[in-house]
Design a protein around this ligand. Structure first.
Ligand code: BTN
Length: 122
C-alpha cells in the first residue's frame, strides 16, 4: 500500500507536501520548487488534486495541478505511487509546464514536459 500523504522530495530537489484527503475525497497541499523557468523569487505554491483513481488502492494513481504564486505558468503532474520490497515509496510522474505567451505564434515555445521521480521522506 502506497500512501500519498506526507512530504515528498523530487529528483530536482523540490519539496511537495500532500495533505490528508478531505471529506469530499480530494487532497490539496503545497509545492516548494527548487528550480524555476522565471527569474522571479520562488514562493511556496498551492497544489490541488485533479483526479485520483480509487480503484487501485495499493498503487494510487493521481493527477494534480500547481498554481504558481510567483509566475503566470501552471503545471500539471500525473503519476502513480509505488512501493519497493524494502517499503520505500516513490511517485513516478510526468509533468507539463505551461507558460503564458503573448501570442499564439509563441505557443511552440510554451510547453515543457519531463518525467520526475519523488521519494517519500516524511
Ligand atoms: C515557473 O518557472 O514559471 C514556475 C515554476 C515551475 C517549476 C517546474 S514545474 C516542473 C518542474 N519540477 C519542479 O519541481 N520544478 C519544475
Amino acid at each position: 500500500q502506497c500512501d500519498l500523504q506526507g512530504l515528498w522530495r523530487s529528483d530536482l530537489g523540490s519539496n511537495m507536501t500532500i495533505l490528508a484527503t478531505n471529506t469530499a475525497g480530494t487532497f490539496s497541499g503545497s509545492y516548494h520548487t527548487a528550480v524555476a523557468a522565471t527569474n522571479k523569487h520562488i514562493l511556496v505554491s498551492p497544489l490541488q488534486e485533479a483526479q485520483q483513481h480509487r480503484s487501485i488502492k495499493t498503487h494510487p494513481m493521481f493527477g494534480l495541478t500547481v498554481q504558481w504564486q510567483f509566475s503566470d505558468s501552471s503545471t500539471a503532474f500525473v503519476g502513480q505511487c509505488f512501493v519497493d520490497h524494502r517499503g520505500k515509496e516513490t511517485l513516478e510522474t510526468i509533468w507539463l509546464l505551461q507558460e503564458e505567451v503573448l501570442s499564439h505564434k509563441d505557443t511552440w515555445n510554451a510547453t515543457r514536459v519531463t518525467t520526475s521521480i519523488f521519494t517519500h521522506i516524511k
